[in-house]
Design a protein around this ligand. Sequence first.
Ligand code: A2R
Length: 314
Amino acid sequence: MSKGLVIGAAGFVGSYLIEEMHSEGMDVYATKLPHELLENEHAKIYDVDILDKEAIVTLLLEIRPDYIFHLAAQSSVGLSWKNPGLTVDVNIKGSINVMDAVRELYYKPRVLLIGSGEEYGHIRPGETPIKEDNLLRPGNIYAATKACQNMIGSIYAQAYDMQMMMVRSFNHIGPGQAPMFVVSDFCKQVAEIEKGLREPVMYVGNLAAKRDFTDVRDVVRAYVSLIRQGVPGETYNMGSGHAVEIRRILDIIISLSEKEIRVEIDPNKIRPVDVPIIEADITKLHELTGWKPRIELEQTIRDTLDYWRGHIHI
Ligand code: A2R
């Protein structure tokens, strides 16, 4: 049985990835930070801070994984402005620690580094759907650190002949996501309105922005396909391939509720700089693995709303 390790499994994607790996027949190992909570009957869980390289080396020598998914990150764009030093430490220094620990092993596991569609940054008209070889113009600290991780990853893969692939994930959504992300935020607000915890008013930001959303359960299928079939040193976009206006998401969410809901703009939710459309070209990933998303947007929204209905209590 092949062994798969998820580094940074206590976040939104981690638990879904553990389930996917388990259902694909892998023996699953996972790490979290000491203060984080993670329980999963399908994984053996360890406490590891990726800023501690020796801890990663010890773990890898103990487990000897065939596959390593590197998810650990400071993943909030907002926090990356407030704490750029921490974001650089975790997302660049921490990732280099992971790469170095792998490089020093006596065998070559297959590694997937998780990057972001944010790396493209200020996308120009005519550049969408955006391809992997587009110029990167990161617009925030988080994006810059992920672009840097990508570059160092491809340098390491080539220089040290490592079996390492990079993926740029576009917006992913689904049940359990933190409410600082738009779909989860809207669904949580509706659940609170339904429970009578707030007035029937939704507070929204820029509704005209178009983004490329993928259900987290499709995301983790793509990661497993990529770690198995990806070409070392290569970068792959992972998204739905279709941008959807935030207004349409809002309309779907509101239509799923019996309540009369009014919509108001909250100036705090308008970003200082917002790219009008972000859409992935997923041809490279699809041609390699045959992967394409299966779960319809409406279904994901329904599931996310039901999640919040089950988690908001009066
Ligand atoms: O910041 P926390 O306490 O939420 O912990 C995050 C964890 N993490 C670390 N793990 C090990 N060593 C560190 N020094 C360290 N700093 C943070 O990585 C969190 O549990 C996990 C990342 O999960 P999320 O923030 O929920 O991201 P998600 O949605 O699971 O996305 C996974 C990957 C990340 O690389 C994102 O940048 C990318 O997909 O979109």
